[in-house]
Design a binder for this molecule. Structure first.
Ligand code: BTN
Length: 248
């Protein structure tokens, strides 16, 4: 991983560069990094602020021989690698909000993951995993509404960080987890994910499209789905949606 690196000072989105690279058969393990993205994107078509020198904006091309329905497990795995990296370097323990937002104790978000899949029938052609980690921003760098729910490593620790160093640590953690996952399956990842799980065992609000519902968050199912217990006692697995936070 990372032996083939495509670096851009400025680009629209590393996701787009990575898709193009994958189509040109730049293979498994290629990573695309940018110092600045002019139209960084998040999940659910949201914008992702990604100015120069502020954070780690990276997309990884993976070609695992897995069926497409297992791709979300790779996203959960990536979140664990990010949480481990942050913990190792800063000493702060972040949590992971299902499926893959990284939050601190103040419930502000410092990182997100966007997974995009190209599949044919029962086989993944390639997966692009986009990782955005806020590193050296200060609150005032963001618009008011973003300040409410975003944070960076600098804000949390009071010091500036080397993006390159963080990237190297992240790639190391990712590689170890990825190998474990490919050899042993999802269980090892699930246990680690749950140790970081945000609001595990607590009552949460889940948003699916425009519908809100409340339930108790039990943990992950064996396949990575969100396991919840409804008020009527029924246990359910959810494969899409988000845990609401801040928009309570
Ligand atoms: C989210 O939390 O909604 C996911 C954010 C993902 C942002 C990263 S930054 C690198 C890559 N390029 C993008 O345009 N998005 C992802």
């Amino acid at each position: 991983l990372g032996k083939n690196v495509i670096h851009r000072e400025v680009t629209s989105s590393t996701q787009i560069i990575a898709h193009n690279a994958a189509k040109e058969h730049k293979g498994h393990g290629t990573i695309v990094i940018a110092d600045e993205q002019t139209s960084g994107r998040g999940r659910m078509n949201r914008d992702w602020h990604s100015k120069k020198g502020d954070g780690m904006w990276m997309s990884m091309i993976l070609q695992p021989s897995l069926p497409p329905y297992l791709a979300p497990q790779l996203t959960l795995l990536t979140a664990v690698a990010l949480a481990e990296t942050i913990e190792e370097l800063t000493g702060l323990t972040p949590s992971i909000k299902w499926p893959n937002d990284i939050l601190f104790d103040n419930e502000k978000k410092c990182a997100g993951i966007l997974t995009e899949l190209q599949a044919e029938q029962d086989q993944i052609q390639y997966v692009i995993i986009g990782v955005g980690l806020n590193i050296n921003q200060e609150s005032k760098d963001w618009p008011e509404e973003v300040q409410q729910r975003a944070t960076s490593l600098q804000i949390e620790t009071g010091k500036q960080w080397s993006i390159k160093q963080i990237m190297q640590h992240f790639l190391k953690h990712f590689e170890i987890l990825y190998d474990t996952y490919m050899q042993q399956g999802f269980l090892a990842v699930k246990t680690k994910w749950e140790a970081y799980g945000f609001k595990m065992g607590e009552r949460i609000t889940i948003r699916q499209l425009d519908r809100h519902r409340q339930a108790v968050f039990y943990g992950l199912a064996d396949d990575g789905a969100l396991l919840i217990k409804n008020d009527n006692g029924s246990v359910e697995r959810l494969y899409s949606g988000e845990i609401d936070w801040f928009h309570k």
